[in-house]
Design a protein around this ligand. Structure first.
Ligand SMILES: Nc1ncnc2c1ncn2[C@@H]1O[C@H](COP(=O)(O)OP(=O)(O)OP(=O)(O)O)[C@@H](O)[C@H]1O
Ligand SMILES: [Mg+2]
Length: 243
């Protein structure tokens, strides 16, 4: 697959066209951003770590019959993905109270939710990704009714698969954000799944191992991301394979 010109550049990733119109090369940058891009930074090596974490999680999801845009890794910071038409909805799944749940509802950070909460946000940076519900999706024709059902079902399925995956690695999957895209006639989980888009805590100490370290100036961002990668991938190179 030949890498051609830049198709799209965002804050943390670049997408390149390839000689096959159905595929793009997705490159993870070292840039870190928070608060709608108002806070910016660079964390040397983050791109490569996120590429490996994301690739591993996409492969794991594929092995559990969740269709994703991932095709294969092509370099330390790049993966080959199917080109999709992104649905302008960010789907968030929460298992534990954190982030907006604290600021919006006054709930206590760290409290485990009785059941997972699925939220939708309009993917529009100029509006700071406002929260929306299913009727907004229908009223603004952001997706078909069947698609919304599928987004919800797939997001919950991803949670059912990833939560125990992290738990076996002594990690707590607090929440995560998914993007979906249309490819040919089906829906794929697209974008990335990494400590930039998930909240991941150490199960016992509750140490934050995700982008909140950057948001809150806690330091040790790269070490935290590396820790997640080591627990995800490292475990498999040892004798006792954790699945
Ligand atoms: N397989 C894919 N095909 C087409 N576009 C994709 C695919 N995977 C991800 N994207 C899009 O590529 C962009 C990745 O860039 P990045 O995440 O850095 O952008 P961003 O600055 O966060 O802005 P955005 O709010 O659009 O995500 C996103 O807009 C994402 O929706
Ligand atoms: Mg993005």
């Amino acid at each position: 697959m030949e890498k051609l010109d830049l198709f799209l550049e965002g804050r943390t990733k670049r997408l390149y066209r390839t000689d096959n119109e159905n595929f793009l090369i997705l490159e993870f940058k070292d840039n870190a951003t928070a608060f709608d891009g108002q806070k910016k930074g660079k964390i040397e090596g983050k791109g490569a770590i996120n590429n490996q974490i994301s690739s591993h999680l996409f492969k794991y999801l594929e092995s559990h019959h969740v269709a994703t845009h991932f095709d294969r890794s092509v370099s330390p910071t790049e993966m080959l993905v199917k080109k999709v038409e992104i649905i302008p909805i960010e789907v968030v799944v929460r298992n534990v109270v954190s982030g907006r749940m604290v600021t919006l509802y006054g709930w206590k950070e760290g409290e485990e939710l009785k059941c997972p909460v699925v939220e939708y946000y309009l993917k529009d940076n100029s509006l700071s990704d406002p929260m929306i519900n299913e009727s907004h999706v229908m009223a603004f024709e952001l997706a078909e009714a069947e698609e919304v059902k599928a987004l919800n079902r797939i997001a919950r399925k991803v949670n059912v698969i990833l939560r125990p995956f992290f738990d076996r690695r002594e990690l707590l999957l607090v929440d995560f954000k998914l993007e979906f895209g249309r490819h040919k006639n089906y829906l794929l989980v697209a974008d990335e799944i990494s400590p930039d888009t998930c909240r991941i805590w150490d199960k016992k100490s509750k140490k934050k191992l995700d982008r909140d370290r950057f948001r809150k100036d806690m330091g040790g961002v790269k070490d935290a991301y590396q820790e997640v990668l080591t627990r995800i991938v490292g475990a498999e190179s040892s004798q006792s394979v954790i699945t």
